[in-house]
Design a protein around this ligand. Structure first.
Ligand SMILES: Nc1ncnc2c1ncn2[C@@H]1O[C@H](COP(=O)(O)OP(=O)(O)OP(=O)(O)O)[C@@H](O)[C@H]1O
Length: 434
């Protein structure tokens, strides 16, 4: 990409230039507003890195000027350490994202990579954090970044709301297919027939109500990525057809016999224990192995404690910017509540909690009272039991049931995961007050 670096300190410009050039980007530099405007007009950069601290000039004003010169220009601002109030203001004025100082060359290049694919993939303009200090999450991200450029099938595993959809888009954005479409198919469906037609299309008259020929999502994803969300819920009758698609990229429209070839990369996601689904005959083993070429497990948010506050800050900046509200942080009590909660709904729950808090908040910082009740009434984390420690077996059972319940969409699902009868689960739930 062509990147313009705007900073009044020549040493910092040079450091950034070195990092970006060694990642294969072309870099131009500007020390002030006048030079920056000229460079935007002359060099037409794809992305601008703008330090908000620009000597006597205000970086925020420069941001406004650059957007006047080139509306829609992607600008990432560099902010002084941990001052998210200026980041919020910059995002409100249309910056894509912010990079807090001090940063490593890798953080810088990761951010550029993330925004480089934005036109094609992060299409809804939702800024996401693809960085982590938690080993398990780092490993998931590294696998995603490494395999993205190949056409290999990827299976994303993890609880609901952990960001599997976000990672699927990240795979696409970093692939050779990034300029092509990203098409999502939700596999839990009312009927196998409807889903088959949604996936593969149908010919006119194929079934009652099929008044027009439709091409289906596999065809719509040609040249791009087909994302099979909740693939563990794919109805059994459709599984052989999906197997053929994954294995040979071959399929037929409903009502036709002519085989067609699909030009898609497949990414699938599931929150189910597929091994168990295979064992109980609800998921075909051959399909499981075909999908599970590259397996990425996204850890639940409660196991990513170190990521929680940075993620919360990021979401805060995003929603404050979007709502035009000068909310700049959390009170210590609010931070503590965020850290204590178990987040059964994972990042989705966190995201909703923060969006709501930004809207409710009447001060410049979010307090406990702005957070949803389940977050503020979380029992202390210390009540978690550690398997293998000196705890009675009953405590392990309670904790295990609690977690499975939190991760399952319905009681039936939870009972299936636990391998017990729903009525037994119902009784245990009552007895333990879960
Ligand atoms: N790393 C992240 N940074 C910012 N937002 C995130 C991140 N991960 C997830 N989110 C947000 O959390 C929400 C849930 O993410 P996503 O839909 O990808 O989860 P999922 O695992 O696919 O969930 P489900 O299994 O229920 O479909 C989305 O709004 C998404 O934008």
């Amino acid at each position: 990409m062509k990147i313009l670096v705007v900073d009044d300190e020549s040493a910092l410009r040079r450091t950034i230039r070195t990092a970006l050039e060694s990642a294969g980007h072309r870099v131009s530099e500007a020390a002030n507003q006048t030079q920056a405007t000229q460079q935007v007009e002359l060099a037409k950069p794809d992305l601008v890195l703008l330090d908000l601290r620009l000597g006597r000039e205000s970086g925020l004003d420069v941001l406004d000027v650059l957007h006047k010169v080139s509306p829609g220009l992607g600008v990432i601002v560099i902010t002084a350490h941990a001052s998210i109030d200026t980041a919020v203001e910059a995002m409100r004025r249309g910056a894509l994202d912010y990079l807090p100082k001090p940063f490593t060359p890798k953080q810088l290049t990761d951010l550029i990579v993330r925004w480089g694919g934005r036109t094609a993939a992060e299409g809804d303009g939702e800024a996401v954090v693809l960085d982590s200090t938690e080993p398990a999450m780092r490993q998931a991200l590294e696998t995603v970044f490494t395999v993205a450029t190949s056409d290999a099938t990827v299976l994303l595993r993890g609880e609901s709301g952990t960001g599997k959809g976000v990672l699927a888009r990240a795979v696409h954005a970093r692939s050779r297919r990034a300029a092509g479409p990203f098409v999502t198919v939700h596999c839990p469906s009312l009927s196998s027939e409807l889903l088959e037609s949604e996936l593969f299309g149908h010919s006119r008259g194929a079934f009652t109500g099929a008044v027009r020929t439709t091409e289906g999502k596999v065809a719509a994803a040609a040249g791009g990525t087909l994302f099979l969300d909740e693939v563990g819920d794919l109805p059994l009758p459709l599984q052989p057809k999906l197997l053929r698609l994954v294995q040979d990229r071959a399929y037929e429209r409903v009502g036709e016999t002519t085989p067609r070839t699909a030009d898609v990369r497949i990414v699938a996601a599931t929150n189910r224990n597929l091994e168990q689904e295979v064992a109980t005959g609800r998921f075909r083993e051959d399909l499981f192995y075909r999908l599970n070429v590259i397996e990425v497990t996204v850890p639940p948010l409660r196991d990513r404690r170190a990521d929680l506050l940075p993620l919360a800050d990021h979401l805060l900046a995003q929603f404050a910017g979007r709502a035009y509200k000068p909310v700049t942080g959390f009170t210590p009590a609010a931070r503590e509540a965020l850290l204590r909660h178990r987040w059964p709904g994972n990042v989705r729950e966190l995201r909703n909690a923060i969006e709501r808090a930004v809207l409710l908040c009447r001060e410049s910082v979010i307090d406990v009272k702005d957070l949803p009740t389940p977050v503020t009434t979380a029992p202390p984390v210390a009540s978690q039991v550690a398997i293998g420690e000196e705890v009675p077996i009953g405590a392990v059972e309670i904790e295990h049931i609690r977690r499975v319940l939190a991760a399952s969409p319905t009681l039936e699902d939870a009972a299936r995961t636990l391998g017990i009868d729903p009525s037994t689960l119902y009784r245990k739930r009552k007895r333990y007050g879960l």
